[in-house]
Write a protein that binds this ligand. Structure first.
Ligand code: AG3
Length: 281
């Protein structure tokens, strides 16, 4: 029997993958979590039916949510990830030796638990073995309210703005993030597909501009997300992702990155016209 999984990207289009088996299916207090084995992309995690990670292409998203900010900030020591319960962002952050502590604040403990069980290569730094990593199962808003003026970098590794992540796209939240950052802090948030989510981007970037002096969008090619054309918001109090970028430091990095590199860091900020228009001030 042929089993296929489809995530609908609109009423009339989606992505479909052939599945060999279902590994886990359950409902937490917050959302529906499914883990399936696909033939093309390896294991895949879905939240409320939306693709979060696959073993084959997760390196792209995780390289790109982490390294542009960590190679722009001159010396990131304390980094917070909001969401990101699979641990992929924390894994990449840990490659930066300047980082003394990384905190993961994920609202859904089930995502952490099942990622450790089914995605050991992604969750490799959140299984309790690394003393530089702290885990909090908590609402991101509640957490940052109590941790003001503390972080060099905050990464918002969220799902789409429906369900539990809805508040993570609003101006009140960005005000709290700005407060939780030090005076030269940087925030990066996943910012959906420029091709399908123009309205979300318009609102999100307007909210960010109301709070941060430097706001830029950059892109990455992520085959399993809607349209494959994905984006991130770079919002910063002092450092500009291109003008303050030390290309030699990125070039001389001592770890391997399968997607990110010092040239792509610059190229990722170059946007097609329609994407620029989505976020026009
Ligand atoms: N964050 C998910 C981005 C949103 C994907 N959207 C979708 N498939 N409709 C992924 C978490 C990875 N750490």
């Amino acid at each position: 029997m042929d089993l296929w999984y489809t995530e609908k990207h609109s009423d009339n289009v989606g992505i479909t993958m052939k599945v060999s088996k279902s590994l886990f299916s359950g409902k937490s207090d917050f959302q529906q979590l499914d883990i399936v084995e696909t033939l093309e992309y390896g294991k895949m995690m879905l939240l409320d039916g939306l693709v979060m990670v696959t073993e084959r292409d997760e390196f792209i998203y995780h390289d790109m949510i982490v390294h542009p900010a960590l190679f722009t900030h001159p010396c990131p020591k304390k980094v917070l990830v909001i969401g990101g319960g699979d641990g992929g962002s924390i894994r990449e952050i840990m490659k930066h030796s300047s980082v003394e502590q990384a905190v993961l604040c994920e609202i859904d403990g089930l995502v952490i638990e099942k990622s450790i069980e089914f995605f050991p290569t992604i969750a490799s730094e959140i299984d309790g073995s690394n003393p530089r990593v702290k885990l909090h199962v908590d609402d991101g808003l509640a957490y940052i309210r109590e941790h003001q003026d503390e972080f060099d970098i905050i990464l918002v590794d969220s799902t789409d703005p429906i369900g539990p992540a809805i508040g993570l796209f609003e101006q009140d939240f960005y005000n709290l993030v700005a407060g939780a950052l030090k005076e030269d802090g940087i925030m990066v948030a996943q910012s959906e597909s420029p091709f399908y989510h123009a309205k979300i981007q318009q609102a999100m970037f307007a909210n960010l501009r109301a709070v941060f002096p430097i706001v830029e969008m950059y892109q990455a090619f992520i085959p399993t997300y809607p349209s494959g054309f994905w984006s991130f918001a770079f919002a910063s109090k002092r450092y500009h992702p291109l003008h303050d970028f030390d290309k030699d430091r990125a070039k001389n990095r001592v770890f391997y990155t399968k997607y990110y590199n010092e040239d792509l860091h610059i190229g990722a900020f170059m946007l097609p016209t329609f994407a620029r228009e989505n976020i026009k001030p």
